[in-house]
Design a protein around this ligand. Sequence first.
Ligand code: NAD
Length: 390
Amino acid sequence: MTAHEIQTVCFVGSGTMGCYNSLIAALAGYQVVLYDVSAQNLAATDLKYSQLAEPMLAAGTISKHDFTMAMQRVKLSGDATTALGSADLVSESVFEQRELKRKVLKEIEDHCQAHCIITTNTSALLVSELDSALKDGCRFAALHSYLGIALMDIVGGPRCEPKTLQTLKRYVKSLHCQPLLLKKEYPGYLLNALLGSFFTSAILLAANGEDTIEEIDRAWLAYSGGAIGPFGLMDYIGINVIYDSWADEKTEVHEQVISKRVTAYLKPFMERGELGISTGKGFYSYPKACWQAPEFMKNKDIPKRLYQTLSTAIMQRAILVYDAGVAEREMIDQTWVNGVSLAKGPFAMFNEWGVREFDVLSKATQADISLFSEEQMNAIQGCIALGEYL
Ligand SMILES: NC(=O)c1ccc[n+]([C@@H]2O[C@H](COP(=O)([O-])OP(=O)(O)OC[C@H]3O[C@@H](n4cnc5c(N)ncnc54)[C@H](O)[C@@H]3O)[C@@H](O)[C@H]2O)c1
């Protein structure tokens, strides 16, 4: 069932996410317009739609008939006036560049109807950095999706009205996705914030030189019950994506130190063009990475401390996110559970470990560079001292 206030959705940018989000919307019954300034990219969308639908067809979550019907609801357009003029909701997914996004959002506002809700799918920018590009921010929010994961973050812009957020929540539910309505903006929203600490912690361990990527992934697989380790997952996401997130100029001294270490570790992969699954080689070689073979786990002495280090990083980030007033513990836990298909979220893990074990491990499991600044570590300690989490 569709959200009754929304009939037509315009997706701006026909890249990976524009195609993915428009496919999901068309499958849910919405009329969809996919707009792009690049005629070449628009011409390539048939193939993209088929590739995106493949896993859903293989899993049986949609039928061929559903896909055919959905494609009949999609119109391609290279003309802003016609593309945006009929939309009740617009989702912007152009390149991740602040000034380009601001320009495109202004263009959207100039062409769309007065009641239209405008959203950005930005992963790395904050909704507050984009809001002032619009004259009227009362219907502007971030609506951030994940490729292949049924979660969507919603963060209202500084001037966004509550009823806009409620409409977006209904829209996300109608797509059979879980809406994660955050109380305030946070870099990386929820899932990427947690994943970011997980990945950085894994890279810092490997960069130390004492533990190999295989040992780190093996420890995660052995003790977390997860289906993929951090390096396997980074290969899936793309080493370039992780590299780029650390290559930007960092203002905090602590982040500059981590950025130097992480980018130095990843640079050889970037230079060799070994970016992960997409290039056939990254941390592992594909199509079948060695971690996917049964022998990977057999007869190995697997140190628990590596799993504890990674878990501690995720729990520490979860505490910082909660302490910043972004989301409740239940939502943070649910995000992690649904986002990475694990049985427990960071706060559930924390409760299982207990304060004493967490405290000992969070001090003992730091690599030579701490993942968090002294100020952040003090905030975490302060929260724990209040005994809020048990
Ligand atoms: N790729 C992911 O997994 C992912 C996940 C969540 C969010 N995002 C975010 O979604 C956005 C898009 O990412 P992507 O991976 O789909 O990018 P992409 O590079 O695949 O596609 C971007 C598209 O935007 C189009 N474009 C550029 N300028 C335009 C303009 N002025 N008007 C209309 N179209 C224009 C380009 O022609 C291109 O087709 C980014 O903000 C990214 O951070 C990406």
